[in-house]
Design a protein around this ligand. Structure first.
Ligand SMILES: Cc1cc2nc3c(=O)[nH]c(=O)nc-3n(C[C@H](O)[C@H](O)[C@H](O)COP(=O)(O)OP(=O)(O)OC[C@H]3O[C@@H](n4cnc5c(N)ncnc54)[C@H](O)[C@@H]3O)c2cc1C
Length: 449
């Protein structure tokens, strides 16, 4: 993605440059073929207010984009008004109070760079250009989130514009129902986020990564091992298993075991990843790297080159699962055997929710393990071959799923449970209070009103 340049403007359907401007809002290069009537690139809150007024006058529904990293392109709908918040990318840090005010269009990487100067940290997403807008609304599995909590748990306040144009602040003590709804509703949220107020954390002193690569024939052994060690992996380690047709270093189908660690000291970092060196399957590995000191921002930028290149088409889907590994292995083999070409991949994340319950918020669904699939292709001619792959693979494993995570949602193609039923009912009721006329779009896959 590119950062927005110049002053934002209003685009009308049919005018020269309109299609390019609309498609440029999306990380996923797929053209879904639908277009809004108008795209407003807002520069300030007054322009957001005017855009909502135009939408109300024209009886248009509004969809919102900040960083455009919704794989499903949730903001691209037919008709209505598309509001881009990408230019709301300001960052103001109060290092003494350890808080920041940040616009929804701000990239994670930019926030991280600004915080580094103050030796502070926030659990931003794993790709540098994911913006805080959608990331924090859907929950946010960020760097260090297994220890620090979902990124949205570090949101302490939100400045919002409601459907009627009123600006309000939401926090635990002010408009708590809006605050509850904003933390986990993702594409189902029903107001415009103008600004987040964030709680900041001390910057981890030791950030590093260890990696082990296996040939695909060892898939059963690798996943059985990961499943067995899962609950004992220190919370400072994000154990990820990536199935890929071209594994790093061996350039053939394989499994990349990636263990980033964020710890207060190097001794703790080394101790935290000891389970990899001690692993009973280590001799099956094609290679094991040492623990390599590496900034999280560098890890993100490398991952963007190796796994998330720009200007390509994507299909994604996911499940949260607590199912026994024997039930999951057939699905994992099917993923490996049918995967579109590299850099398509799947992610097995050793999530393991914390023992303490999370705060009461819309986000309410998770499981011990997270499995997501990312299909990638470069040419429109291949849409028919690959576009349904992620949906098919996750539909086949649906029986083992407790629901999905909104981060990698595919609701337009495969609607699935993304929060507890009681929370979804409460969310609908809060929406009815603040957006009774249905100005803001519902999540893709749920019928529009
Ligand atoms: C390469 C890549 C890596 C990713 N890595 C991670 C990761 O490590 N962890 C993780 O949790 N997720 C990750 N994601 C998922 C990502 O966090 C979500 O797609 C998130 O919604 C992206 O935020 P965005 O603002 O960039 O996207 P957008 O597409 O702009 O927003 C997604 C949706 O959020 C809503 N929205 C956005 N901005 C606003 C606003 N200002 N006001 C109201 N509603 C708004 C809209 O409904 C919009 O359709 C990744 C995605 C990609 C493509």
């Amino acid at each position: 993605m590119k950062r927005p340049s110049g002053k934002g403007r209003v685009w009308r359907r049919g005018e020269a440059g309109f299609d390019t401007a609309v498609l440029a809002t999306s990380f996923n290069a797929r053209d879904p073929g639908v277009r809004p009537e108008m795209q407003v690139e807002a520069n300030d809150a007054a322009e957001v207010g005017r855009a909502l007024q135009v939408a109300r006058e024209n009886r248009w529904q509004v969809s919102i984009v900040s960083g455009g990293h919704s794989w499903a392109q949730n903001h691209l709908r037919d008709g209505g008004l598309l509001l881009s918040m990408a230019r709301f990318n300001h960052i103001a840090i109060d290092p003494a109070a350890r808080i920041a005010q940040v616009g929804p269009g701000c990239w994670g990487l930019d926030l991280d760079r600004a915080l580094k100067k103050h030796d502070l940290f926030f659990p931003i997403a794993h790709a540098p250009d994911v913006a805080l807008g959608g990331f924090l609304l859907q929950g946010g599995f960020g760097w260090g989130s297994r220890e620090l909590g979902l990124a949205t748990e570090s949101v302490i306040g939100i400045d919002l514009m409601l459907a009627d144009g009123r600006e309000v602040h939401a926090s635990a003590s002010e408009n708590p129902d809006l605050f509850w709804a904003a933390r986990g509703s993702g594409p189902d949220f029903f107001a415009v986020v103008l600004r987040y107020h964030l709680k900041l954390h001390p910057r981890p002193r030791a950030t590093a990564m260890q990696m082990q690569v296996f040939r695909q024939e060892h898939l059963d052994a690798v996943f059985r091992w990961a499943d067995a060690v899962g609950s004992s992996v220190p919370r400072s380690v994000e154990l990820q298993l990536l199935i890929t047709p071209r594994a790093l270093g061996i350039f053939r189908p394989g499994i990349e075991v990636i263990a980033p660690v964020l710890a207060p000291t190097w001794a703790e970092a080394r101790e935290a990843v000891r389970f990899i060196a001690d692993s009973p399957i280590r001799k099956l590995a094609s290679f094991t790297t040492p623990l390599i000191p590496m900034r999280t921002s560098f890890m993100s930028q490398v991952a963007n080159i190796t796994h998330f290149p720009p200007d390509v088409r994507w299909c994604t889907d996911n499940i949260w699962t607590d199912a026994p590994i024997d039930d999951l292995l057939p699905g994992l083999h099917a993923i490996a055997e049918t995967m579109p070409p590299a850099p398509s991949h799947s992610l097995w994340l050793n999530w393991q929710p914390p023992a303490q319950p999370r705060p009461d918020m819309a986000f309410s669904l998770e499981a011990k393990r997270y499995l997501a699939v990312y299909g990638e292709w470069t040419r429109d001619e291949d849409n028919h071959r690959y576009a349904g792959w992620a949906t098919e693979r996750m539909a086949a494993m649906q029986a083992h799923s407790v629901g999905i995570q909104l981060a990698d949602e595919n609701l337009g193609k495969r609607p699935a449970r993304f929060m507890k039923d009681a929370n979804l009912a409460r969310l609908d009721s809060v929406r009815q209070t603040y957006d009774p006329g249905g100005l803001f779009r519902l999540w893709m896959g749920r019928p529009d009103r």
